[in-house]
Design a protein around this ligand. Structure first.
Ligand code: FAD
Ligand code: UDP
Length: 393
C-alpha cells in the first residue's frame, strides 16, 4: 500500500543506518514524518495510523496539542498557555470525528467589551446599543438605527468597510478600530474584510460570541483529547525536537509539515508576516474575577483581552486563573495577517509547496490561513482523503 509514497533523501539515510553503529532505526522507514503535534498533525497522525501507516510525529515544543495545548498551572487550575481556545463548529463531520477522542462539556462563550466605562455585550447586539447610548430600541428600531448611521461603501474590501457599512463610524471606532490596531499593528483599512467579518452584528439579544451548531469544550481538556488521538502503537511522538534535527537521521517516505511555510523554505522570498502574542498569566485568590469568559478592551491598555479559564472549562476551584493577551510583531507565529500583499507573497511560497511531491503542507501556519480549530480539523481530514486516493490511484 505504500508504493505511491514518494521516495526521498531517506535512501541515503537507510544506507547510513546499515553502516553505522547499532542505530535504533534498523527497521522499516516511517511511512510518514509529521512535523507538528497540533490539530493538523495529530488528526493526520491518527487517521494514517488507523489505516495501518507507521507515523513519527515531531514537535519542537515540549508538549503535544500545538496552540490548543492545555495544562494545570501551579494552583491546579486548568489553563490554556497559548490563550483561550473555545471549540465551535457547524460541521457534524468534524464534531463526530473528535467525539471519538473526548467527551464534551456544553459551553457557549460570552464576551463583554469595556467601552465608555461600561461592560457591554460583544458582538454588538440590541442590548449593546441600548446600554451604550441609553436607548430603549426594539430589534426593528435597531435595524433602522443601523441603516441611519451606516456609511455605504461601493465594495466591501477592508475590515473598516465591513463595520462602517453596517453599524456606522461611532460604533466602529468604539469597538473595532482601537482593538484591531492593537491586535494587528495595522489599521482596519489595511486588513482584508474577512478579519472583522469574523465578528457578526446582531439586532436581537443573542449575546453568545459564536452562533455555531456545536459549541463545547473537551470534558477533560484538549491535551487529554490529543493523547487519545495519538495513542496508536503505530504512532511515535518525539518532543523537544525541531524536525531539522532528525530529518536526515530517521528514514521516512513522506512528510506532512504543519509549521510556518516560509520557514520551511528558509524564508527564500522574505519572511511571511505572522502576528504574535505575549501571554500574561495570573492566579487570584477569588472564585471569579470576570462576569464572563472574556472581556475585550478595544480602547484601553496594551492588552486586547483578558480571559478567565474557569468560565470556559467549568472547573470548580477556590482560586481562579486569567490570561492577558499582548499583541507583538515578534515571537512565536500565531496569526497569519490577511491582507493583499501577504496573500501575494504566500502564493509564491505555495507554488514551492505544491512542487514538493514528498511533502504535504497542512494547517494554519503551513497554508497561511486564519483558520479556527475546526477548520484545521476539516482541512486535515480532507488531506487524509487525498493522500489515500493518491495511494489507490
Ligand atoms: P499549531 O497548533 O500551531 O501546531 C503547529 C505545531 O508545529 C506547533 O506545535 C509547533 O511547535 C510545531 N512546529 C512548527 N515548526 C516546527 C519545526 N520546525 N519542528 C518541529 N515542530 C514544529 N481556534 C478556535 O477554533 N477557537 C478558539 O477559541 C481559538 N482561540 C485561539 C486563540 C489564540 C490566542 C490563538 C493564537 C489561536 C486560537 N485559535 C482558536 C486557533 C487555533 O489555535 C488554530 O486553528 C489551531 O491550533 C491550529 O492548529 P495547527 O495544527 O494548524 O497549528
Ligand atoms: N475585533 C475587534 N474588536 C473586538 C473583537 C474583535 O475589533 O472586540 C476584530 C479584531 O480585528 C480581531 C478580529 O475582529 O482580530 C477577529 O476577532 P476574533 O475574536 O475572532 O479574534 P481571535 O479570537 O481569532 O483572536
Amino acid at each position: 500500500p505504500q508504493e505511491h509514497l514518494t521516495q526521498n533523501s531517506t535512501q541515503s539515510t537507510s544506507q547510513n543506518t546499515s553502516q553505522g553503529p547499532a542505530h535504533a532505526v534498523q527497521a522499516q522507514p516511517f511511512d510518514y514524518l509529521i512535523v507538528g503535534a497540533g490539530f493538523a498533525g495529530s488528526v493526520l497522525a491518527e487517521r494514517l495510523a488507523a489505516s495501518g501507516q507507521r507515523v513519527l510525529v515531531v514537535d519542537r515544543r515540549p508538549h503535544i496539542g500545538g496552540n490548543a495545548y492545555d495544562c494545570y498551572d501551579d494552583a491546579g487550575v486548568l489553563i490554556h498557555p497559548y490563550g483561550p481556545h473555545i471549540f465551535h463548529t457547524n460541521s457534524a463531520d468534524v464534531f463526530d470525528y473528535l467525539s471519538q477522542f473526548t467527551e464534551w462539556r456544553p459551553y457557549q462563550h460570552r464576551v463583554k467589551a469595556s467601552v465608555d466605562g461600561q461592560l457591554v455585550p460583544m458582538p454588538i447586539n440590541l442590548d449593546t446599543v441600548n446600554e451604550l447610548y441609553g436607548l430603549n430600541l426594539t430589534s426593528f428600531e435597531l435595524e433602522d438605527f443601523f441603516a441611519s448611521v451606516a456609511e455605504p461603501v461601493e465594495q466591501v474590501r477592508t475590515s473598516e468597510d465591513v463595520v462602517v457599512s453596517r453599524v456606522g463610524r461611532d460604533l466602529y471606532q468604539k469597538f473595532f478600530r482601537g482593538y484591531t490596531r492593537k491586535q494587528w499593528g495595522l489599521d482596519p483599512s489595511e486588513l482584508d474584510a474577512s478579519v472583522t467579518a469574523r465578528v457578526p452584528t446582531r439586532t436581537n439579544r443573542d449575546d453568545r460570541y459564536f452562533a455555531d451548531v456545536y459549541q463545547a469544550m473537551p470534558l477533560h481538556g484538549y491535551t487529554r483529547m490529543f493523547q487519545n488521538m495519538l495513542s496508536s502503537p503505530n504512532i511515535k511522538v518525539m518532543l523537544n525536537t525541531d524536525y531539522r534535527e532528525v530529518v536526515d537521521l530517521i528514514p521516512w517516505r513522506h512528510m506532512i509539515y504543519t509549521g510556518p511555510v516560509d520557514a520551511f523554505f528558509d524564508h527564500c522570498y522574505g519572511p511571511l508576516p505572522y502576528r504574535s502574542l505575549e501571554f500574561r498569566h495570573e492566579t487570584h485568590g477569588a472564585d471569579f474575577l470576570l462576569p464572563v469568559g472574556t472581556v475585550n478592551y478595544p480602547n484601553d491598555y496594551a492588552y486586547t483581552r483578558v480571559s478567565e479559564f474557569k468560565h470556559i472549562t467549568g472547573q470548580r476551584h477556590h482560586q481562579t486563573s486569567v490570561v492577558y493577551e499582548f499583541p507583538r510583531a515578534e515571537g512565536d507565529p500565531y496569526y497569519p495577517v490577511p491582507r493583499p500583499e501577504n496573500a501575494e507573497l504566500y502564493k509564491r511560497y505555495e507554488a514551492l509547496a505544491q512542487a514538493r511531491t514528498d511533502v504535504t503542507f497542512v494547517g494554519r501556519l503551513a497554508t497561511y490561513r486564519y483558520y479556527n480549530m475546526d477548520q484545521v480539523v476539516a482541512q486535515a481530514l480532507n488531506t487524509f482523503k487525498k493522500l489515500m486516493s493518491q495511494s489507490q490511484g
